[in-house]
Design a protein around this ligand. Structure first.
Ligand code: NAD
Length: 304
């Protein structure tokens, strides 16, 4: 068994940590929100009073935080100089796995400070949503040293199913951000095509089936149809509750945009998708599932 510290127990981190506890690993947990720890404590995890306490006498530290600024502040401290953060308190033998989705440059900054202290720091962003976190079937896209990846594998296998080593630190984020940019484009394109067909007299279920079996077939049509009622288990059929928030998709498309600026890449489709999701969020949809972009194309309809 591996002694683990786990920081950040939100929609994703909570069930991920729970799977580690259920697998029999001793886990110390910390979250800024006290109530986020309750389920874990009841399941047998140990409550830590601070991030530093969660790191005492552990072999592996996992973090799952909202965005880059939280990761930088946690590991490097308020001044982001590495002195006031967790890295300064960690034993060099501890393997650090940050599963948050953040900018590759933020990973490289933190991983650089970690390397100076002899600490292995890996980015391991995930795909698969809250359902995948609960079921332990997440995809992990890992950036970091090959030896560190080998050390992390047994724990990643508890929380996930498809595991990829993308390259050195930061590579996991690059791959994840490219994937989510494509997902944002695919979902908005699918919603656009469905709205066009329905406004021209087609049944959304019939049109979905046609496109699924034709050259427009894609993941959204296969498992995540954005039109309410077409796919019973999809968030669209549950008032767009649960799933992957519009705010998070807008964040990931923003990361793609920053990455494109930094590498002088043209991403006209990704930029368009970002504008769509940001505008959709600004209209109050931020906490809905991202397939609610369908509503964006149905403005003016009485029952939407
Ligand atoms: P969340 O907002 O539900 O959870 C984040 C948790 O981190 C909260 O409980 C918060 O209190 C805690 N936190 C923040 N700063 C902290 C600190 N300094 N110390 C301790 N705890 C702190 O977010 P989430 O949905 O769990 O997402 C986490 C990450 O996973 C994000 O980067 C997101 O982009 C990514 N992600 C989310 C999904 C999804 O479907 N929700 C899917 C894939 C990836």
């Amino acid at each position: 068994m591996t002694s683990i510290g786990f920081i950040g127990l939100g929609n994703m981190g909570g069930p991920m940590a729970l799977n580690l506890v259920k697998a029999g690993h001793p886990v110390k947990v910390f979250d800024l929100v006290e109530s986020a720890m309750t389920v874990l404590i009841e399941a047998g995890a140990k409550r830590a009073a601070s991030p530093r306490e969660a790191c005492e006498d552990i072999e592996v530290l996992v973090s799952m935080l909202p965005a880059g600024q939280h990761v930088r502040r946690l590991y490097l401290g308020d001044k982001e100089d590495g002195e006031g953060g967790l890295l300064a308190a960690l034993d060099s033998s501890v393997l650090v796995i940050d599963a948050s989705t953040i900018a590759p440059d933020d990973v490289r900054l933190v991983a650089g400070h970690a390397a100076e202290r002899g600490i292995d720091f890996m980015d391991a962003p995930v795909s698969g949503g809250v359902g995948g976190a609960r079921a332990g079937t997440l995809s992990f896209i890992v950036g970091g040293d090959a030896d560190a990846y080998a050390r992390a594998l047994p724990l990643l296998e508890v929380m996930g199913k498809n595991l990829f080593h993308a390259g050195p630190a930061g590579s996991g984020q690059v791959a994840k951000i490219c994937n989510n940019m494509l997902l944002g484009i695919l979902m908005s394109g699918t919603a656009e095509a469905l709205a066009l067909g329905v406004k021209n007299g087609l049944d959304p279920a019939v049109l979905s089936e046609v496109m699924k079996q034709s050259s427009g077939g894609n993941w959204a049509l296969n498992v995540y149809n954005p039109w309410p009622g077409v796919m019973e288990a999809a968030p669209a059929s549950n008032d767009y509750q649960g799933g992957f928030l519009v705010d998070l998709m807008a964040k990931d498309l923003g990361l793609a945009w920053e990455m494109a600026l930094g590498s002088k890449s043209a991403v006209p489709m990704g930029a368009q998708a970002r504008n769509l999701f940001v505008q959709h969020a600004a209209q109050g949809a931020g906490r809905l599932d991202f397939s609610s972009i369908q509503r964006f194309y149905r403005v003016g309809e009485a029952d939407v």
